[in-house]
Write a protein that binds this ligand. Structure first.
Ligand code: TYD
Ligand code: MG
Length: 454
């Protein structure tokens, strides 16, 4: 018998183990590890002897009309959903505790209700009075939304079955519990079972459900992660504490483009939509200063200009510091290595701090050149010329690679009053970009032109 076929799973965090242990070394919980039932073998599992019924097969031809969309009137939300809410869809909205998920969804249900949808909001976290207080603060106390406060999923499903709303919000999935599952609310087993019940209810009864899930910064709470594959759409609500900007990002969408973002600002009266995010992210920028560079990026289907800031200082530590906010730390290491190896500009012995202004997160490779420009500008204490945007991917050889949607980036920069763009050579765009496009073949040419080094 093949011994390695037996495996064990922690019911609290979902970690797999080869051997049984009293304590899960992944999450530290005690007595949560149980043996997995073997697949199709052993006692307890029935061998697949009886024949199943045959399933109906069809062609790939699409004879159904595209799903109708219902809009909320919150344009940023509707766009992130791919053009509105699809009936009978299941959506997960994840984010850090306190980031504003409940606020967003209360505004969303009020918006959908205003468009004639029957909406139900179930809070498992807050008392009815708390939710009503928030609704009053948001000026939504009159909105025709049914409110329930409950955590017993069996009762919630019975109520939903009677009410048959168009949209039900469950805030949050971690507080829901099913009496058929023997583990605490918030455990992976409960979250998975509760989400499964809600998603199958949504499909069966044609009710759209939104599940709210808390995630920590590191994405640590395993809960919402196990739900991601069950739902049609996964949205993350992001933002930095201390910054009013909030970004709703679609990381998965069966009914629309992924990686679309909606930008909101948290105000004293709830979230307000930001129709021109580039202007907002650049609003705090003063006169051009060393270490500050404007990156012309693309988020989803939209161009977005952000400011990348770097600070480079002589280090007093044996191992210099590398601190990054809003960008990938590994990408910074790569760019520093390329600057050193290909352009002969060392950063050894220097602390490097890198930051995207306004709490925005940038993950595009097109940000490479803007990052390099900010680093060089900080190191040499020389500002880039005013009114200049930068974008381009850096390869390990130091060459600059053209990036997607060059034309959209240029248009956005021009719209915001920039008059120059530094871009990779061979970038593709229509003849008249409306601004001066400086095309650079590689990093050495770039450093030579703007920092007199290289
Ligand atoms: P909340 O929606 O409760 O967050 P989550 O559901 O993600 O845990 O929002 C919490 C924060 O938002 C709280 O710190 C207060 C702030 N807030 C405002 O700044 N303005 C408002 O109008 C509201 C309702 C909340
Ligand atoms: Mg909440």
């Amino acid at each position: 018998m093949n011994k390695s076929a037996t495996s064990f799973t922690c019911s609290a965090c979902g970690a797999k183990h080869r051997k049984w242990a009293g304590r899960c070394d992944a999450c530290g919980a005690w007595n949560t590890i149980t043996e997995d039932a073997p697949l199709g073998a052993g006692p307890g599992a029935r061998a697949l002897k009886a024949r199943g019924r045959e399933i109906a097969l069809g062609t790939l031809e699409d004879d159904e009309a595209p799903p109708p969309r219902r809009t909320s009137g919150l344009a940023e939300l509707d766009r992130v959903l791919g053009g509105g809410l699809v009936p009978a869809s299941a959506i997960l909205v994840g984010g850090d505790p306190g980031i504003g998920k409940s606020t967003l969804l209360l505004q969303a249900v009020a918006g959908f209700a205003g468009q004639g949808l029957r909406c139900l909001y179930v809070s498992g976290e807050e008392a009815g009075a708390q939710v009503r207080l928030r609704a009053r603060r948001l000026g939504l106390a009159e909105a025709p939304v049914s409110l329930g406060t409950e955590t017993a999923l069996r009762d919630i499903l019975t109520t939903l079955d009677r009410e048959r709303p168009d949209l039900a919000v469950i805030d949050s999935i971690q507080t829901m519990w099913l009496d058929t599952v023997e583990s605490a609310p918030g455990s992976v087993a409960q979250v998975r079972a509760a989400a499964h019940e809600l998603v199958s209810f949504a499909k069966r009864r044609g009710v759209s459900v939104v599940l709210v899930g808390h995630v920590t910064k590191e994405g640590q709470i395993a809960g919402p992660r196990v739900v991601e594959h069950m739902v049609d759409t996964v949205l993350y609500f992001e933002g930095e504490r201390g910054h009013p900007f909030r970004i709703l990002r679609s990381v998965k969408n069966r009914f629309g483009p992924a990686d679309e973002i909606g930008v909101f600002e948290m105000t004293g009266r709830g979230l307000s939509e930001v129709a021109n995010p580039s202007a907002l992210f650049l609003s705090e920028r003063g006169t051009p200063s060393p270490g500050s560079v404007v990156f012309a990026g693309i988020e989803g289907t939209r161009p977005l200009l952000t400011e990348i800031q770097a600070l480079v200082a002589q280090s007093t530590l044996g191992t210099p510091r590398r601190a990054v906010v809003g960008l990938d730390g590994a990408r910074l290491s790569t760019i520093l290595a390329v600057l050193e190896a290909r352009c002969g500009i060392p950063f050894a012995g220097m602390d490097v701090f890198l930051n995207v202004a306004g709490g925005m997160k940038v993950s595009e490779p097109a940000a490479d050149l803007a990052v390099a420009a900010a680093l060089l500008s900080a190191r040499e204490d020389v500002a880039l010329p005013a009114d200049t945007v930068v974008f381009g991917e850096i390869s390990l050889s130091g060459a600059l690679r053209p990036v997607v949607q060059t034309e959209n980036r240029l248009k956005e920069a021009q719209k915001l009053g920039f008059c120059r763009a530094i871009a990779p050579a061979r970038s593709k765009f229509g003849g008249d970009a409306g601004l001066d496009v400086v095309q650079m073949p590689d990093l050495t040419a770039f450093t030579g032109a703007y920092f007199g080094a290289g």
